[in-house]
Design a protein around this ligand. Structure first.
Ligand SMILES: *[C@@H]1O[C@H](CO)[C@@H](O)[C@H](O)[C@H]1NC(C)=O
Ligand SMILES: *[C@@H]1O[C@H](CO)[C@@H](O)[C@H](O)[C@H]1NC(C)=O
Ligand SMILES: *[C@@H]1O[C@H](CO)[C@@H](O)[C@H](O)[C@H]1NC(C)=O
Ligand SMILES: *[C@@H]1O[C@H](CO)[C@@H](O)[C@H](O)[C@H]1NC(C)=O
Ligand SMILES: *[C@@H]1O[C@H](CO)[C@@H](O)[C@H](O)[C@H]1NC(C)=O
Ligand SMILES: *[C@@H]1O[C@H](CO)[C@@H](O)[C@H](O)[C@H]1NC(C)=O
Ligand SMILES: *[C@@H]1O[C@H](CO)[C@@H](O)[C@H](O)[C@H]1NC(C)=O
Ligand SMILES: *[C@@H]1O[C@H](CO)[C@@H](O)[C@H](O)[C@H]1NC(C)=O
Ligand SMILES: *[C@@H]1O[C@H](CO)[C@@H](O)[C@H](O)[C@H]1NC(C)=O
Ligand SMILES: *[C@@H]1O[C@H](CO)[C@@H](O)[C@H](O)[C@H]1NC(C)=O
Ligand SMILES: *[C@@H]1O[C@H](CO)[C@@H](O)[C@H](O)[C@H]1NC(C)=O
Ligand SMILES: *[C@@H]1O[C@H](CO)[C@@H](O)[C@H](O)[C@H]1NC(C)=O
Length: 437
C-alpha cells in the first residue's frame, strides 16, 4: 500500500532528510541522507527507510559497516541502505542509522508517529429522558479531527451533528469547550409532539486526524434522547373486590364498595404511565395510608414487593400488608402529589385515593321489635337488643307483625330466604338502604 504513494513520500522525504543531518558536513565526516521515510504522522503500521551515506557531503564511505536500529531494539546490519519494518505499534518511533567506516562514525535519525486509530466522537447529554424543549448536548472527540473541513455546525442543514426525529440543532448555540476536542450545542425538541424521541448521530467522513485516519462512529456517536411532556398518570389499585351497593332503591343509586376480609391478598399496586426515578422505598414513603376507623387499634405495615418482571423499567410497584389488621378498619391510601418523579422529570399528577373496608369480624344480626311508630301496646316490654337469631317469646294479638333484622355492619347477599320462620310466613320484605332488612 505504501509503495503506491512513493512519489509523494519521496518528495516529502527530501525535505525531512535535510532536517535529519546530525553531523555537520565537514570534509571527512559521515552523514546519512534519507530518501524515503514515513510521514511524521503516519496511519500505516509498517514503513520503509531508504538512505545514502555520504562522506563530507558527497564522497563514498569506504570499509563502511552500517547498522540500523528502531527505537530501543537491537542494531542490525543494513548495508543495503534500505530497511522495512512492519507491525509497528501506535506511538512515537525513532529510527537510527549508524555508518562506521574508516572515516569514523556518523549517525542519522528520524522520528515519526504511528497512529492507526481513527478519530471518533461521543455524544452525551445530562439525561436520556427529558420533559424539556431545549436540551444541551456535548460532543467530545477522541483526538483533534481537523483534516478535511473538520467539525462544523453552521446551519441546520450544514451540521456534522445529525438530528433525526422531532428535533433540530440550534447552530448558533455551538460553543467550543476545548478547541478541536469538545463542543456543546443545543437541540430544539418539537413542541408540538407531546412525546417521542430524537436520534442524535455524528456525521460520516467529515474529518481526518493528523495521520490521515478518517472519522469513524463508535456506539457513543449515536445518542437516543426520549422526551415526554405528558402529565404523569398513575393508577392506584388493590386486589380488594368491589361490589355495587344499592343506596336508594327508588333512584337505583349505587355505589362501589371495596371490602375484604382477606388479609393475605391485601396489596396495593401502583402503575405509572412511564418509569419513575424513585425507588420502591421512596414510593412507600410517599404513600399516604390512613386508617379512618379502626376496631382494635392495630395497624398493618406496607412492605414493598419486587417490581413485576412482566412490567420492567420501574413502572409498576406493589406493596403488601405486613401483619394483618384484626377487627375492622376503613383504610384510605393515596399518593403524596408531586413527590414522585418520572424519568423525564415530570412529577406525578393527582390520583384519587382508594378506600376499602377491611373486616375480619363475622357479621351478627340482631332481631329487634318494631320502632315506636309501629309499636303495638299488646307487645310485652321489648327485651334489650339481643344478638343472634334466637327467638324470644313476645305476645301479640296482631296477625301481621313487623320484625327488624339489623346487622351491625353492611352485609352482602342477604335475602328473605335466609330467614327461617316457624308458625308463620314472611309476608313482605323491605330492604332499607343497605343496612336494615
Ligand atoms: C498492521 O496493519 C495491517 C493492515 O493495515 C493489519 O492487518 C495488522 O494486523 C496490523 N498490525 C498490527 C500489529 O497492528
Ligand atoms: C510523540 O511525538 C509528537 C510529535 O513530535 C509529540 O507531540 C508527542 O508529545 C510525542 N508523544 C510522546 C508520548 O512522546
Ligand atoms: C566502528 O568500527 C570500529 C572497528 O570495527 C570499532 O572499533 C568501533 O567500536 C565501531 N564504532 C561504533 C560506534 O560502532
Ligand atoms: C565490518 O563488518 C565486517 C564483518 O561484518 C568486519 O569484518 C569488518 O571489519 C567491519 N568493518 C569495520 C570498518 O568495522
Ligand atoms: C527523536 O526523538 C528523541 C526523543 O524521543 C530525541 O532525543 C531526538 O533528538 C529526536 N530526533 C530527531 C531527529 O528529531
Ligand atoms: C458538557 O461539558 C461540560 C464541560 O466539560 C460539562 O461541564 C457539562 O456537564 C457537560 N454536559 C453534558 C450534558 O455532558
Ligand atoms: C443513557 O443510556 C445509556 C444506555 O442506555 C447509559 O449507558 C447512560 O448511562 C445513560 N445516560 C444517562 C445520563 O443516564
Ligand atoms: C467515549 O465513550 C467511551 C465509552 O463510554 C469512553 O471510553 C471514551 O473515553 C469516551 N471518549 C471521549 C472522547 O469522551
Ligand atoms: C425551537 O423550534 C420552534 C419550532 O419548532 C421555534 O418556534 C423556536 O423558535 C425554536 N427555538 C429556538 C431557541 O431556536
Ligand atoms: C443509532 O441507535 C439507534 C437506536 O439504538 C438505532 O436504531 C440506529 O440504527 C443507530 N444508528 C446507527 C447509524 O448506528
Ligand atoms: C390506568 O387504568 C386505565 C383503565 O384501566 C387504563 O386505560 C390506563 O392505561 C391505566 N394507566 C396506566 C398508567 O397504567
Ligand atoms: C423521588 O425522586 C425525585 C427525583 O430524584 C426526588 O426529588 C424526590 O424527593 C423523590 N421522592 C421521594 C418520596 O423520595
Amino acid at each position: 500500500m505504501g509503495l503506491l504513494k512513493l512519489p509523494l513520500v519521496v518528495l516529502l522525504c527530501s525535505v525531512f532528510s535535510l532536517l535529519s543531518f546530525k553531523a555537520l558536513c565537514d570534509a571527512s565526516e559521515l552523514t546519512v541522507k534519507f530518501s524515503e521515510t514515513p510521514q511524521a504522522f503516519s496511519h500505516y503500521n509498517s514503513t520503509t527507510f531508504v538512505f545514502e551515506v555520504l562522506v563530507g557531503g558527497s564522497g563514498a564511505c569506504t570499509n563502511c559497516n552500517i547498522t540500523c536500529k528502531l527505537d530501543d531494539g537491537i542494531a542490525s546490519n543494513c548495508e543495503s541502505r534500505m530497511v522495512s519494518y512492519a507491525d509497528l505499534k501506535d506511538g512515537n518511533h525513532t529510527f537510527e542509522v549508524c555508518p562506521n567506516g574508516s572515516q569514523g562514525v556518523g549517525c542519522g535519525s528520524y522520528n515519526w508517529t504511528v497512529d492507526t486509530v481513527p478519530p471518533t466522537a461521543n455524544i452525551t447529554a445530562s439525561t436520556n429522558f427529558t420533559n424539556a424543549l431545549i436540551v444541551p448536548i456535548n460532543i467530545s472527540f477522541s483526538e483533534p479531527c481537523t483534516g478535511g473541513p473538520g467539525f462544523v455546525c453552521s446551519s441546520v442543514n450544514v451540521c456534522n451533528l445529525l438530528v433525526h426525529g422531532a428535533g433540530k440543532v440550534i447552530p448558533n448555540s455551538l460553543k467550543i469547550l476545548q478547541p478541536n476536542l469538545q463542543y456543546s450545542v443545543l437541540v430544539n425538541l418539537s413542541s408540538t409532539a407531546q412525546y417521542g424521541r430524537v436520534i442524535l448521530i455524528m456525521d460520516k467522513n467529515f474529518c481526518t486526524d493528523s495521520a490521515g485516519n478518517k472519522f469513524e462512529r463508535n456506539k457513543n456517536s449515536n445518542f437516543t434522547l426520549r422526551f415526554d411532556r405528558r402529565t404523569m398518570a398513575v393508577n392506584l389499585t388493590t386486589h380488594v373486590p368491589g361490589r355495587q351497593l344499592v343506596l336508594d332503591d327508588a333512584n337505583g343509586e349505587t355505589r362501589l364498595v371495596l371490602a375484604t376480609n382477606n388479609c393475605v391478598k391485601l396489596r396495593i399496586c401502583i402503575t405509572f404511565l412511564v418509569p419513575v426515578l424513585n425507588s420502591s422505598a421512596e414510593i412507600l414513603k410517599s404513600l399516604e395510608p390512613e386508617i379512618l376507623y379502626s376496631l382494635p387499634k392495630r395497624q398493618g405495615k406496607l412492605l414493598p414487593l419486587n417490581v413485576s418482571k412482566d412490567d420492567p423499567g420501574h413502572r409498576r410497584f406493589e406493596f403488601m400488608v405486613d401483619g394483618c389488621i384484626s377487627g375492622m378498619a376503613i383504610v384510605t391510601v393515596g399518593i403524596d402529589e408531586n413527590s414522585i418523579t418520572s424519568i423525564h422529570g415530570t412529577p406525578v399528577s393527582k390520583v384519587d385515593p382508594i378506600t376499602f373496608l377491611f373486616d375480619s369480624l363475622r357479621p351478627a344480626p340482631m332481631l329487634i321489635t318494631p320502632r315506636s311508630d309501629y309499636l303495638m301496646p299488646e307487645i310485652s316490654t321489648p327485651p334489650s337488643d339481643f344478638l343472634g337469631p334466637d327467638v324470644n317469646f313476645l305476645r301479640t294479638r296482631e296477625h301481621n307483625i313487623f320484625l327488624w333484622i339489623e346487622f351491625k355492619e353492611p352485609v352482602f347477599n342477604f335475602s328473605g330466604s335466609k330467614i327461617s320462620i316457624k308458625g308463620g310466613e314472611l309476608v313482605r320484605q323491605v330492604i332499607s338502604g343497605y343496612l336494615c332488612v
